[in-house]
Ligand binder design. Structure first.
Ligand code: CMC
Length: 432
């Protein structure tokens, strides 16, 4: 705690209130308003938590003005270039890059928790064939809580670790079952000899009638996308996991709440929405018409994949994906993908448009990720599921951090009440 204080004065009473100011490793100073209600009977009002730090965290740092993203202090660009998803998962969970032995042990544990209970597989039969895979994911992830019971002690370090490993290992299996169910193909069991991304591709695309060779280029692309999506500090779904978890609920149920939140088009659902939008635009000639729609306040249309609550500069993840998109499409023999060309053109036109410049709206992580997922052969409705697989690591890391934080209390926001003033009940005959 620093000596700096924020002093507020109430003109009505003339009373002054001194708020201590906290400082993190990086980022703006934070006024600690914890005593405001207790000592001054006042709340703060901040819809969407634009100026509110809801917790302390050691996991991820974002500088939205500079376009910087750090996992445990390491720049995302370095991790995307030099690391792999399992190593990044270890880093996010445990705080440090692993030694070779630590990495081997972690990798082994994740590979050997990939199977799901046979009864859980049966749950999928209850879903109609056209259920959205995110709907299935929300339900089935929540159902893990029925298999790994609430009797566990959420503060027990061993229980936390086994929860983390199980969740990270099983989410690709559940995701692949959701996909197979939606296309009417048999579920494919995981293969523990394969790395994380290759195993997922195997479960998604193999069929019992044929041998399936995982394309290493596809696996590498997926692994890198997972690194970029693994965590993003207190985003809506992570905050949802923290809020749900703050009541002490079963941690698998808390993760399911995060999946539900991620689904929305303003959050992880944007990658699906971008592809739908590009298909709707269809041709570069139509771009000006859609840019005009995006700027029209009477039109609900927004340029999907553009803008971010925190980034007021290029999203560093988008920079990495954009560069990678060329390479991957070329290596997969899909370099002339018309949607990619359309996306590049749309990006250029928007970046040079006064409205987008003035509001600092830049492409975000979802602008290009869908193009890669499409090139890998995934249907549009699976894009957000892929995001959920990667973000599971972040959700789990935040749930553990929150559970072990001695300052943690149940999340319970307050409100400005704007409803009717207190009044007395009248019998029906007395009401006009
Ligand atoms: N197209 C057109 N106008 C936009 C857009 C957009 N994509 N994004 C923001 N604006 C305008 C918005 O209308 C507002 O204008 P005004 O000040 O005149 O009212 C201004 O820019 C600020 O926007 P906001 O909605 O107040 O900003 P926010 O921080 O509440 O919302 C956002 C951030 C990501 C929800 C929003 O930019 C958006 O809806 N983008 C499209 C959806 C999208 O790509 N989401 C993925 C986010 S990145 C992946 C993830 O982390 O989940």
């Amino acid at each position: 705690m620093s000596e700096q204080k924020l002093v507020l004065s109430d003109p009505a009473t003339g009373k002054q209130c001194e708020l201590p100011v906290r400082k993190g490793t990086h980022g703006p100073a934070v006024a600690d308003i914890g005593s405001l209600y207790r000592e001054h009977a006042m709340f703060t009002y901040d819809p969407g938590f634009v100026s509110t730090a809801s917790c302390r965290s050691d996991i991820t740092y974002i500088d939205g003005n500079q376009g910087i993203l750090l996992y445990r202090g390491y720049p995302i660009e370095q991790l995307a270039e030099k690391s792999n998803f399992i190593e990044v998962a270890y880093l996010l969970l445990y705080g440090e890059l692993p030694t070779q032995t630590q990495l081997d042990t972690f990798n082994h544990s994740i590979r050997y928790h990939t199977m799901i209970h046979e009864s859980l597989r049966d749950f999928f039969r209850g879903f109609h064939y056209d259920a959205h895979p995110m709907a299935m994911l929300t339900g089935v992830v929540g159902s893990l809580s029925a298999f790994y019971n609430a009797a566990q002690d959420t503060r027990n370090k061993d229980d936390q670790e086994i929860f983390a490993h199980r969740m990270i290992a099983k989410i690709p299996t559940i995701a692949a079952c959701a996909y197979k169910h939606s296309i009417g193909q048999p579920f494919v069991y995981p293969r523990n000899d394969l790395d994380y991304a290759s195993n997922l591709l195997h479960m998604l695309f193999a069929v019992p009638a044929e041998t399936y060779e995982v394309d290493p280029v596809a696996a590498q692309a997926l692994d890198m996308l997972f690194i970029l999506h693994a965590d993003h500090e207190q985003n809506a779904s992570t905050s949802t996991v923290r809020l749900a978890g703050s009541s002490g609920t079963n941690p698998y149920a808390a993760i399911s709440a995060g999946v539900a939140c991620l689904w929305g088009p303003a959050h992880g659902g944007a990658n699906e929405a971008v592809l739908n939008m590009l298909e709707q635009i269809g041709d570069v000639k139509q771009i000006p018409q859609y840019i005009a729609k995006a700027k029209d306040k009477n039109d609900a249309f927004r340029l999907m994949g553009f803008g971010h609550r925190v980034y007021k500069n290029y999203d560093p993840r988008a920079t990495v994906i954009r560069g990678m998109c060329h390479k991957i499409l070329q290596r997969l023999g899909k370099e002339n993908d018309p949607l990619f060309e359309l996306a590049l053109e749309l990006e250029q036109i928007a970046l040079n448009d006064e409205y987008f410049k003035e509001k600092k709206l830049y492409p975000n992580v979802d602008f290009y990720s869908g193009i890669i997922y499409k090139a890998l052969g995934l249907p549009t409705n699976m894009f957000t599921v892929m995001f959920a697989i990667a973000r599971t690591v972040g959700w789990v890391a935040h749930w553990i951090e929150m559970t072990n934080d001695p300052e943690q209390r149940i999340g319970r926001p307050r409100q400005i009440y704007t409803g009717a003033a207190q009044r007395d009940y009248l019998d029906p005959a007395q009401r006009d």
